[in-house]
Design a protein around this ligand. Structure first.
Ligand code: SAH
Length: 381
């Protein structure tokens, strides 16, 4: 394995997008952008008694109701201010596509400036998971990921991220999905975007998701997964937040040589550094982390790579999640052969590394990994 010292001196310096990219029109401010105590202060600023902030939180986070016009315990003359200043509609449903007999649904949302993002809701026998977007587009440029191809359009606000989860919780609670009413149990940041490149908004959203009702949705932190390309400084900050969300690291190969291409940010934070940050995260939170590994035929699925990965992970508190590559339009890459995948799994298991193969829910609706909104943008272009 090469180390940072062996990296070519002329490796391009990657531009990190940690700050808010330029936005033409700022998204409307929403009370889900604020911590509970700041919601009260903002209410007072708007001439609304502080206790009303709590009423609003009950509507939004306990009843999943985002339409102040229907909040009958709030005086009518206040509702207009709420709609404009406090609980504006942040996401508007454009289209829903379903598959698996309705147990997987992809929702396409339009934001205030016309930008499109998607979320995918998946109902299983024992849980219901929503996969949400943290950015419109992505700046990380991984060549196998459809989102990466268009670059970053903009960061989503905490309100825009939270709104996707509230919408999913509402769909579950109203029994819109086959199987009747259920509870949204899991949230994964595996839609569009690199969550740790939009750190502050993502953390506010995570707090909204995990805080007990009515301050938040009351979903347990261990049921929330933040998936990252491996922004080491972001992982280190997350470790200090005291919210034990599950960390997923998109490794995709154990060697720096190939990872420099598959996950270009590796030129900045290499395999060794990323795993060290994930180990420290696991140590602090007591949570096992996931290693995401897209299986790409003849690119990263060789037995020797599995062997290297097994040696790298055998004494770590990690488990491997293999994802059959979901080919992006126009790419020459495709998913691994079944026999190569089976051999890859076998080798890892020999090292005692826990490994699962991700199901490929949502493929037929371009809802699988890295495909979100890309098909829509292409078809609208
Ligand atoms: N930026 C975050 C979230 C991205 S999506 C991250 O990189 O972790 C979640 C996972 O889907 C990541 O592991 C990503 O690498 C993977 N992915 C992206 N495109 C894919 C594709 N075409 N096939 C399989 N997995 C893909």
């Amino acid at each position: 394995m090469s180390t940072s010292a062996e990296r070519p001196q002329d490796a391009p310096e990657l531009k990190l997008v940690f700050d808010e990219p330029k936005q033409k029109v700022k998204p409307p401010k929403h009370f889900a952008d604020l911590a509970p105590e700041d919601r009260k202060a903002r209410a007072v600023e708007l001439g609304i008694p502080a206790f009303r902030a709590n009423q609003m939180a009950v509507h939004f986070f306990t009843h999943y109701n985002d339409d102040p016009e229907t909040w009958s315990d709030i005086p009518k003359d206040l509702r207009e201010t709420l709609v404009k200043e406090f609980v504006p509609q942040l996401i508007t449903l454009v289209r829903t596509v379903t598959t698996d007999g309705g147990k997987t649904r992809k929702d396409l949302w339009r934001l205030h400036d016309g930008v499109l993002v998607e979320s995918v809701l998946m109902r299983y026998t024992d849980r219901t998971t929503v996969c949400i977007s943290s950015q419109a587009g992505c700046g990380m440029n991984c060549p196998f990921c459809a989102t990466g191809q268009g670059g970053l359009t903009r960061n989503l606000t905490a309100g825009e991220i939270t709104a996707q989860v509230v919408a999913a919780a509402r769909i579950c609670a109203t029994g819109e999905m086959p199987g009747g009413e259920t509870r949204l149990s899991n949230v994964v940041f595996m839609g569009m975007g690199e969550p740790l490149a939009n750190y502050n908004a993502v953390i506010r959203a995570v707090r909204n998701i995990t805080a007990p009702q009515p301050d938040g949705l009351g979903i347990s932190a261990r049921s929330v997964t933040v998936s990252t390309v491996g922004l080491v400084n972001g992982i280190e900050k997350l470790r200090e937040e005291g919210i034990p969300v599950t960390l997923a690291v998109s490794l995709h190969t154990p060697d720096d040589e190939l990872r420099d291409t598959l996950v270009p940010i590796n030129n900045r934070f290499n395999v060794k550094e990323v795993l060290a940050a994930a180990d420290a995260y696991a140590e602090k939170t007591g949570r096992r982390y996931s290693i995401e590994y897209a299986m790409i035929r003849d690119i990263n699925d060789q037995a020797w790579r599995s062997d290297l990965l097994g040696r790298l992970l055998k004494n770590r508190n990690a488990h491997v999640n293999l994802i059959p590559l979901n080919p992006t339009p126009g790419s020459k890459w495709t998913a691994s052969r079944p026999q190569d995948e089976a051999e890859f799994v076998r080798i890892l298991e020999n090292y005692g590394v826990p490994v699962t193969v991700r199901d490929t829910r949502g493929r037929e609706i371009d809802g699988a990994c890295g495909q979100l909104a890309a098909a829509e943008i292409t078809s609208e272009a």
